[in-house]
Design a protein around this ligand. Sequence first.
Ligand SMILES: [Mn+2]
Length: 350
Amino acid sequence: MSEAEKIHLFDSWLKESARIVISTHLHPDGDAVGSSCGLASYLKDRGRTVDVVFPDPVPDTLGFAMDPQIKGLTHSVRRDCEKLISEADLLISIDYNRPDRAAELEDAIRASKARKVLIDHHLNPDENFYDLIFSTIEISSSCEVLYGILKKLPDIDGNVPAIGASALKLLMLGMTTDTNNFANSTYPSTLQMASELLAAGVDRQEILSGLYNSYRENRFRFMGEYLSDKLTITPYGLAYAVITTEDLERYDIREGETEGFVNMPLGIAEVRMSIFLRQEGNLFRVSVRSKQGVSANRCATMYFNGGGHENASGGRLAIPQDVESAGAAREYIERSCSDFFSKDELWKSK
Ligand SMILES: [Mn+2]
């Protein structure tokens, strides 16, 4: 199917559907929130019945981007989400590539008889599961994938302001966070989109202030401890840190407040990959970032039950299935990554 045919089909499904539900991945980030709520805002403006379901709540750090009307479309109580999913006749999955990334909502999504659309930018989308897929890898964000679709819908037809101010703001939010404020994954199309959003009146200062100048002090106090005490750098260029529940409690660190920590060690010349573990009950959430030439995706896939993008991936380690105890996590990283880097050298020399 050509791109134009896909957009035509998507447009007709949007118009035919009585109840549209948009879902995104566990631990929603700026791109997940921006793309899911941006699409919801566009649809709401056109009088459609639309809801956004999150496997867990949107962190407070991103709350500023949603006006009350958008907030009213969002749900994160499991029972409510499952009910909405079961009643929907169109499900749109955005910013994730497989149903299991919706965590506790996976079963409801799998059980649904609704048409299923994927809008995403991660590697390896589950091609058998979705009825219609918009997936691009060489792009900044799901917000950019979505923007490309919205612009081509017949009622927009290139008239960007018609997408709606609230939706455009959310799209700018997601492209800003997923590119690390235009430091990574920034393509000509990305800057073109940013330029078009600014021309359409998006207030980028408001977004930057909400994202980067509105944290609580304790985040920075904890960042100090992370950089001075928690971070280990190996001779082969791996930087890693393991943050336990006790660490988080000591500084009263909330969801979203360690955002960006994993990227910091990449500022060191010798560091080629950075791994950040954050304990959550009996599992560790894993973030992996790498410089060009080292595959964060391969590392996350091989050792951390995850994946994502070539240089930015995530995963998880269960305690005690993957690591015996929280205290054993450092040793696990050392072991698996020295193995990974020796193989990585091997792959490169081939
Ligand atoms: Mn994304």
